[in-house]
Design a protein around this ligand. Structure first.
Ligand SMILES: Cc1ncc(COP(=O)(O)O)c(C=O)c1O
Length: 349
């Protein structure tokens, strides 16, 4: 049976061109700044994101942590959405390692933070009772908001607010190229208004390892130091970065295919009995849907689907996530829809 793995776009394997580039990569000691392949990847990333500089780190989690540690001192506060990946799924790293105080405000269904909520969360710096607000964190695309995209006008509004209170903005852009593709804009148009941005090579772009942190030269120098603190300085890392270069060169333009597949999946799932899903909300490659009262719980549906060779993720007692990516074609989506139909029909029998 063919296995259709929709649990995450992190399951993607490197392309043959990536493996060849890894084999051929010119290498040096990157902690000494001497790996030409890493240097090339960092320069490409900075250019694509419209920033002065970039630093290569092992993971998206480390990328976000390095940024928070670079922006905030002990006891300072970072405002973020209650469904932010940084808040939910990064092991509390900014608090554990940096003593940074997370302050959550509600994520709206479209991944945004309401500007009034953000403003209300900003502390009075003249009141000694409060931690100092230093940073606003955003996420684009927004993982737990079903891959929703934040637009350039929204980013500009957050910038205006941040400037009024002298705050910095960090963007978790793990899937920034998905957002840019969905909106038909450059990634740089989505990062113009932020002080730092992280993005991942190892999700929809299919590279095996690595993320980049981009910002001003001064910021990236501090991020490089924080990477060292965390033990993330790697030596002949060009062997990994080489795949990242291929990812940026060859895998961005095909993301539209993943978005079309996600839309096909959502449109096929929505009419099935027990599924609550508005396909119009699916903007990129993440499809999150709910199970209505009366339908089996998410764990039961996911186990049933797995028996038909289709893997999805349980993200709540009645909530399931499916992610499209390189290697998933329309036939796979149709296999997933057929499996979902059987499982949900069986549960009604
Ligand atoms: C939005 C977002 N940010 C950060 C990360 C962390 O990336 P990594 O798994 O490489 O640490 C993820 C991982 O899925 C993510 O979805």
């Amino acid at each position: 049976m063919r296995i259709v793995d929709l649990r995450s776009d992190t399951v993607t394997l490197p392309t043959p061109a990536m493996r060849q580039a890894m084999f051929d990569a010119e290498l040096g000691d990157d902690v000494m700044g001497e790996d030409p392949t890493v240097n090339r990847l960092e320069a490409m990333a900075a250019e694509r994101l419209g920033k002065e500089a970039a630093v290569y780190v092992p993971s998206g989690t480390m990328a976000n942590l390095v940024c928070l540690l670079s922006h905030c001192a002990r006891g300072e506060e970072a405002i973020m959405g209650h469904m932010a990946h940084t808040f939910l799924f990064e092991a509390g790293g900014s608090a554990a390692v940096g003593s940074i105080h997370p302050r959550t405000v509600p994520n709206q269904i479209d991944g945004t933070l309401d500007l009034d909520d953000v403003e209300a969360a900003i502390r009075d710096p003249n009141n000694a009772h409060y931690p100092r607000t230093r940073l606003i964190c955003l996420e684009n695309t927004h993982n737990r908001c079903s891959g929703a995209v934040l637009t350039p006008p929204y980013m500009a509004q957050v910038r205006t607010l941040a400037n009024r209170y002298d705050l910095k903005i960090h963007l978790d852009g793990a899937r920034i190229f998905n957002a840019a593709t969905a909106l038909g804009v450059t990634a740089a148009a989505l990062t113009r208004d932020v002080d730092s941005v992280s993005f991942c090579l190892s999700k929809g772009l299919s590279a095996p390892v690595g993320s980049l942190v981009c910002g001003s030269a001064e910021f990236v120098w501090e991020a490089r130091r924080q990477r060292k603190v965390l033990g993330g300085g790697m030596r002949q890392a060009g062997v990994l970065a080489a795949a990242g270069i291929v990812a940026l060169e060859t895998m961005v333009d095909r993301l539209a295919e993943d978005h079309a597949n996600a839309r096909r999946l959502a449109e096929g799932l929505a009419p099935l009995p027990g599924i609550v899903l508005d396909p119009a909300r699916i903007q990129t490659n993440i499809v999150i849907f709910d199970l209505a009262p009366g339908a089996p719980p998410a764990a039961g549906v996911v186990a049933g689907m797995a028996a038909h060779g289709v893997k999805m993720g349980v993200v709540g007692p009645r909530r399931i996530r499916a992610v499209t990516h390189y290697g998933i074609g329309t036939d796979d989506i149709d296999q997933a829809l057929a499996a979902a139909s059987v499982v949900l029909e069986e549960s009604r029998a």
